[in-house]
Design a protein. Structure first.
Length: 415
């Protein structure tokens, strides 16, 4: 066994690495244990938008009816696969229970706090760590072709404005003048000027490099099989031997419930599978990231490329790359964009978002455990929330006053 670290972190995605960096900055010794390579999970091929605008959770009043309608459509943007999986169905029931206005507003508030804290600190965080990942304070636009859908956003816009999110409404003709990449037929757009974007694979590679440069130990190809709390710390049994730490942070994204089982701990997270296709940059590319609203497809443009990403599919830990879902991305883009794809198709990808049962991240001490901490359940927003999550976990593990109230994220809310 190696010498004991102050903190062992399981999972080398954006959440594990950001937390590791914040802990190193607070003077702790940290080791990250990663089953694959750093950033190989959901942190790799996501859309890279940083979106305080996405404060509203999936657990909205109407989501259940929509999900039932979409159940039989293989290319719907939100889909539950009809399959025998008791854990999935228990989670779905819990999720459905949160789909009411009171919980929606409560979750929106909690998500907004951590999103804003992250967005505010992103530029300084990247600069201090020397990470070049094509970050740009670009804003993000929601683009509409359906009038009722466009007008229907007003309730959410009012709630977002009350939380301090800047929301601008732009009429179709104005928007088409501003954004020549779009086809005719756009009835309007909602702009969130406070949002931003980055290239996620470069971000997570930069986090790994910064973590090592600060003295952190990153052990790749090291799968943690089980975790055991000892009197004064934690031991992890792994494919690369045993490791010990005074504290252990579980940051294994969508895999978190699997590993938590060895501790008899229930972590109500399901993999919400999404897909992306990355291309070289088309000649007529949108000026800023956009969500093609009726199709729930996100379009991100960087100097280095162009990505279409979408879908939220609850199909357990399914590793297949579904052609119907990938084709749906391009089909949707064709409805809105003059050049819907780039000249070279560089990567087709799926990732498992860690979606918690109330769509609020699960951050804090694991109930009934002194040395075990959880940072998971970031759903569609792990990149956006990464910086504030890192700082919060470091504050909590180091016993310092947290920068914002950690209560809404506490794992104890499910105990
Ligand atoms: C299509 C798509 C688009 C998205 N777009 C955005 C976006 O625009 N903006 C945004 O903010 N978020 C976005 N997301 C969500 C974001 O990708 C996730 O919330 C985030 O990556 C979660 O980070 P994580 O570190 O918790 O998980 P992951 O990146 O999945 O990392 C978990 C790590 O744990 C490791 N691991 C698992 N089990 C073990 C074990 N037993 N032992 C050791 N290691 C283990 C895995 O190998 C993995 O590397 C998107 C996701 C998808 C799928």
């Amino acid at each position: 066994m190696s010498a004991r670290d102050d903190v062992l972190i399981v999972g080398g995605g954006v959440i594990g690495l950001a937390s590791g960096i914040a802990l190193l900055q607070a003077g702790r010794s940290v080791r990250v244990l990663e089953a694959g390579t750093a950033g190989c999970g959901s942190s790799h091929g996501n859309c890279g938008t940083i979106t305080p605008s996405h404060a509203a959770p999936l657990t909205a009043p109407g989501t259940v009816a929509k999900a039932l309608r979409w159940m039989l459509m293989p290319d719907a943007p939100f889909r539950v696969s009809p399959r025998v999986d008791p854990a999935l169905w228990r989670w779905m029931l819990g999720f459905a229970g949160h789909c009411n206005r009171t919980d929606w507003l409560r979750a929106m508030h909690a998500r907004s706090t951590i999103l804003e804290a992250s967005r505010d600190t992103f530029p300084a965080w990247l600069e201090t760590l020397g990470i070049d990942c094509e970050f740009e304070a670009s804003g993000v636009d929601y683009v509409y072709r359906d009038r009722a859908d466009f007008d229907g956003f007003e309730d959410e816009a009012t709630q977002l404005r009350a939380l301090g999110v800047a929301v601008e409404r732009i009429d179709g003709p104005d928007y088409l003048r501003q954004e020549p990449a779009l086809r005719e037929g756009v009835v309007g757009a909602i702009r969130f000027p406070g949002d931003a974007r980055l290239r996620p694979d470069r971000y997570v590679a930069g986090l790994a490099q910064a973590f090592r440069a600060l003295g952190g130990q990153l052990v790749e190809h090291c799968e943690v099989h089980s975790i055991e709390e000892t009197g004064d710390g934690v031991r992890a049994a792994t494919s690369a031997g045993a490791f010990a730490g005074r504290d252990l942070l579980l940051a294994t994204g969508a895999w978190s419930p699997l590993l938590a089982k060895s501790l008899r701990l229930r972590v109500p997270v399901q993999p919400g599978k999404g897909y992306s296709i990355t291309y070289s940059r088309p000649a007529i590319a949108p000026r800023r990231p956009m969500v093609l609203h009726e199709r729930s497809v996100c379009v991100t443009v960087w100097d280095s490329g162009f990505r279409l990403g979408s879908t939220m599919e609850f199909s357990g830990y399914d590793r297949s790359l579904n052609r119907v879902r990938l084709d749906a991305l391009e089909r949707s883009a064709r409805e809105y964009l003059i050049e819907p794809v780039g000249p070279v198709r560089e990567e087709e990808w799926y990732g498992w978002r860690p979606v918690s049962v109330d769509d609020v991240p699960i951050l804090g001490r694991a109930p009934g455990h002194r040395h075990l901490w959880l940072a998971t359940g970031h759903g569609m927003l792990g990149v956006s929330m990464s910086v504030a999550t890192g700082h919060l976990m470091s504050d909590l593990i180091c016993g310092r006053a947290p920068r914002f109230d950690p209560a809404p994220y506490a794992p104890a809310r499910f105990a």
